[in-house]
Design a protein around this ligand. Sequence first.
Ligand code: KG4
Ligand code: ZN
Length: 342
Amino acid sequence: MIKILALETSCDETAVAVVDSHKRILAHVIRSQIEEHQLYGGVVPELASRAHLDFLPSLVTEALKQARLGYGDVSAIAATTGPGLMGGLLVGATFAKAVAFARNLPFLGINHLEGHALTVRLTHDVPFPYLLLLTSGGHCQILEVRGVGDYKELGTTLDDAAGEAFDKVAKMLGLGFPGGPAVEKMALKGQPNIPLPRPLMEQNNYNFSFSGLKTAVLQYQQKHAPLSPQTVADLCASFQAAVRDCFVNRLTKAIQALPLCQHVVVAGGVAANVYLRDALQELCTQQGRIFVAPPLALCTDNAAMIGWAAMERFRLGYQDPLTLRPRPRWPLKELTSCNTGF
Ligand code: KG4
Ligand code: ZN
């Protein structure tokens, strides 16, 4: 039985988990930094790295206690080594390397996006290849997941990520941070009756663009200010409906282009949006594909996904040297070349 202790510190959640090779999550702790960043309306990198430094040691102790394990009982230690904010990546990676060195444990540096991409194989039995919509605060991509470390990008956002657009719309409407859940909640009280653009839908590719949609929300808000609470709700519902249409349109194309992918997966923070999940479920039913989404708590950043990606790699014989450097930018398509040779 393999047991992996995993750390996630790439953005604004400090998270630690222990997963085993039987797909059990033995420990799962997260300290969100929402309070630290709320005042600024977004993540402040320097504050984030200091908070990771403060929280990480006690969270690791708590996770080991939850799993009833000591360092001597784990098979390997993993940390997110990119993409993300460099300060946070350094805190997590350095902690993991120090433990690996002191305890003579294998170390794995995990790509955060691969963590999101493989989460469904922890929670469900999803075989390769599968089609993935990876949608978070920093990324919005359609990928064919062919194997561990083997990702073919079909399309990506040309500007903002969908989660970023949710966050910015929430900020301009005064709904607070983080924006995604706030917009989703507000949209429940509104009607999608405000016309907004659906960028790139007529184009014959798999790309996204959310910057124009975000600007259209801003222009509507400025033109009709001050907005009544009902109009704010309608604007949220209309924005969410536009994102849904873009997702459905692009994914329909990808589904038709990849007949071998029986499973269609959504992952990343935006995958926690129940309205969007329902729309994707409906699309897959229509197209005769199996839709899979991780449970809500494993959509947003967490360490179980890092532990699972490490598990997939470790059991294939991979591990990383303690000289591995974190990478703030680390696209999935570069993954194999970064991890071969072990
Ligand atoms: O994956 P994640 O936790 O962190 C990154 O790797 O970026 O994703 C965070 C993003 C944020 O932009 C957040 O607003 C968005 O996911 N998000 C949501 C929801 N929950 C989180 N977006 C829409 N609806 C939600 N319920
Ligand atoms: Zn993420």
